[in-house]
Structure formats: C-alpha cells, structure tokens
Design a protein around this ligand. Structure first.
Ligand code: COA
Length: 158
C-alpha cells in the first residue's frame, strides 16, 4: 500500500487543489490531506472548519482521509507511513519556494520523496486568496470552488 500526504493551508480548498488530489489518487493507494495547523497565515477558516470542509468535498472517495498536524511535514509523513509528499506547481513563481522546501525536507528526512504535479492551465492562476477576494467583492466563484465552499463562504459573510 503506497501512501502519500498532501499538505497545505486549504483556506479554502479550490478546484486547483482538487485536481491535484484526484491525479495523486491515480499514483497512490491512499492520500491523506494534511491541513496545516502551524502556518503563519491569517486564515479565514479555522483549522477545524477546514478539516470539515475538505472531508465534505471528498466524502465519496475512500482513498482519501483528512487530518491536521502540528509538527514538521516530514514527521507527519513518517508517522502515517507515507512515502511521498504531494505538491502542486502552478506558475514558475511556485518553483523557488517548492524547491527550497523540498531541499529542506530532504535534509530532514531523506526517505520521503516529494512528488510535484503541474497544474492544469485553467487552474494555474487560482489561489485561495484570489477566491476569497472575488467572493468578498460579490464576484462569481463557481468556476474556482465547489458548492460546499461557496456555501461556507456565504455563511462566513452572514
Ligand atoms: N491550485 C490552486 N491553488 C493552489 C494550488 C493549486 N494546485 N497549489 C497551491 N495553491 C495556492 C493555495 O491556495 C495557497 O493560496 P493562498 O496563499 O492564497 O492561501 C498558496 O498556493 C500556497 O499554497 P499551500 O500549498 O497552502 O502552501 P502554504 O504555504 O500555505 O503551506 C506547507 C505550506 C503547510 C506545506 C508548509 O509550510 C509546511 O510543510 N509546513 C509544515 C512545517 C514544516 O514542515 N516546515 C518545514 C518545511 S521545509
């Protein structure tokens, strides 16, 4: 059984992330989505809310579990018996950050391989912040996030 983890802040999860998850599921027997708990980001959704939302989005996929983790990502992978960390690459601007993180993770634990998926062109410009901004300004975010997330963002506003 080849397991992988997909860490990120997912504030909120978008179709860009969902595409990476679905493609990673073709390579791995099980994928655990790790909702970052120690990010320096000021998030809109609490970590508990993000876990609930991501679970809701993937409720019909038995290959996926969702949880949070407080320590290092490589330690999380080791603890879960995962062989890989999955990450998505959108623009070249992602590369430098991902390269640095990958190098650091390799020093921390050389047994864990990071696997990168190139985003689809139509998702290459999406980010959680852009989605939140468009929604806040009453724009249509239906092309960026699933209905569960639109509902959750609407609830946050009210
Ligand atoms: N589609 C759409 N958007 C995507 C995307 C994709 N395929 N891939 C990334 N993004 C967006 C996210 O929406 C997010 O947007 P935002 O900045 O507007 O919120 C942005 O790109 C950053 O993505 P994310 O993957 O969530 O990265 P992050 O910087 O928030 O989190 C961690 C990075 C959590 C994986 C990393 O900090 C980590 O591993 N931390 C744990 C501690 C640790 O081990 N530190 C040592 C690492 S060397």
């Amino acid at each position: 059984m080849r397991k992988a983890i997909y860490p990120g802040s997912f504030d909120p999860i978008t179709f860009g992330h969902i595409d990476i998850v679905n493609r990673a599921c073709k390579l791995f027997d099980h994928l655990t989505i790790i909702i970052a708990n120690n990010s320096s980001k000021n998030t809109l959704f609490s970590v508990e809310e993000r876990v609930v939302l991501v679970k809701e989005v993937f409720k019909d996929n038995p290959k996926i579990s969702v949880q949070t983790y407080k320590g290092l990502t490589v330690d999380c992978a080791r603890d879960l018996g995962a062989v890989s960390i999955v990450r998505g690459l959108r623009m070249v601007t992602d590369f430098e950050f991902e390269f640095q993180m990958n190098l650091a993770n390799k020093v921390l634990n050389d047994d864990i391989e990071t696997v990168f998926f190139m985003t689809k062109v139509e998702n290459s410009y999406i980010s959680s912040s852009i989605v939140k901004e468009i929604h806040q300004l009453d724009g249509d975010i239906g092309k960026f996030v699933p209905i569960e997330i639109i509902d959750a963002l609407n609830r946050k506003e009210n």
